[in-house]
Design a binder for this molecule. Structure first.
Ligand code: 1DF
Ligand code: MN
Length: 346
């Protein structure tokens, strides 16, 4: 049992849920023709495995009441910012995705209203239909009391760097709400070397896929077009902070040598966008040196706490993060104030 901290609230910002009905849709997709190999590897596993881990995860994902609250109490979590688990609606056909995003958001909104001091929720959207996604962002903010937009990385192998998706960025920027770019398994045309050795999931494939996605968004010039847009990435920035120096050097060298049509001059260096347009959570990485490095590379105002419940549910991690050698002021930014600011929590 981890006690509440007297010095700060612990707000966990990458916490997952799944409506029960979503598993019915997933079962149909898995039984259908040629399902996505990453989806089969990930959800095919969790939905059929009799392992303790899989059973625990499926049970916790579907609960937005007593199980979740009890687990939060056990680990000293004051509030969860909850989002539809990966790949959410992005694995569905367009029509199902658009309609199911609304169902999931209604369900999450009702849970937030039942437990307003313990839960906040992000808006799920279907990038398959950018216009509807933009409308759902409006509805989520103005009618459902949700905050932030969850996008579970690629959608059928397509990336938000493609301008056809940019209405979604426009809506997030206009509503002053962040987009959380959460991992997915690598798409069909990328997954083979990962899945053949069992490294396609959270252990590594997630990070490679999502780091690539964030970098594509940067190099496509999204933040020159939408300078106020804020994105959040988990898992200590999917390694991008560590790459900053090389990204800046090689981006500039590539632009200068006119090597690719797709790599053109940007207003700023890639790492400048990381510092000015990204927040980073430590989901799945309860590791002090990486947290401190990221605070130093971005700023203490842009690194925040996440547990990654129920995939990573550990009281020991909370205790170890509490014990980081860090000023109380910075620890409060990490656990509480940065989340309150970016998600506009009250
Ligand atoms: C796993 C990890 C699955 C994370 C997730 O969603 C997820 C996992 C399906 O361990 O299989 O969000 N994660 O963010 O680390
Ligand atoms: Mn996660």
């Amino acid at each position: 049992m981890v006690k509440p901290s007297p010095d700060y609230k612990r707000i966990a910002t990458e916490e997952a849920f799944a409506p029960k009905e979503m598993f019915d849709i997933y079962r149909k997709i898995l039984a259908g023709p040629d399902p996505d190999p990453g989806f089969v590897s990930l959800l095919g596993f969790y939905m059929t495995s009799q392992s303790d881990r899989a059973k625990h995860i499926i049970r916790c994902l579907a609960d937005l009441d007593q199980i979740r609250l009890q687990h939060m109490d056990e680990t000293g979590i004051d509030r969860q910012v909850i989002a539809l688990t990966s790949p959410g609606v992005q694995i569905m056909d367009t029509e199902t995705a658009v309609s199911f995003a609304k169902v999931a958001n209604d369900e999450l909104s009702a849970a937030v209203r039942r437990h307003p001091t313990r839960f906040s929720g992000m808006i799920a959207v279907a990038p398959q239909n950018p216009k509807e996604a933009a409308k759902e962002i409006e509805r989520g903010i103005h009618k459902l009391g949700l905050t932030g937009v969850i996008i579970n990385s690629h959608t059928h192998g397509e990336y938000l760097s493609d301008p056809k998706f940019w209405e979604i960025f426009e809506a997030a920027e206009a509503n002053d709400t962040p987009i959380y770019l959460h991992p997915n398994t690598p798409p069909r045309n990328m997954i083979q070397p990962f899945v053949e050795c069992g490294l396609d999931g959270a252990i590594y494939g997630f990070g490679v896929e999502t780091g690539l996605h964030a970098l594509r968004i940067i190099t496509a010039g999204v933040f020159d077009r939408f300078p106020k847009l804020q994105m959040i990435i988990g898992h200590m920035g999917e390694a991008l902070p560590f790459w900053s120096y090389r990204l800046d050097y090689m981006h500039q060298a590539t632009v200068k040598s006119d090597r690719y049509k797709t790599v053109r001059a940007l207003k700023k260096k890639p790492s400048d966008y990381l510092r000015e347009n990204f927040y980073i959570t430590n989901s799945g990485m309860a590791w002090e040196p990486a947290i401190k490095f990221t605070q130093e590379t971005l700023s203490v105002d842009r690194v925040l706490y996440a547990m990654d419940y129920p995939y990573q549910f550990s009281a020991d991690e909370v205790v170890s993060l509490d014990g980081m050698k860090m000023s109380l002021e910075n620890k409060k930014l990490f656990f509480q104030s940065n989340a309150e600011k970016i998600f506009k929590l009250k």
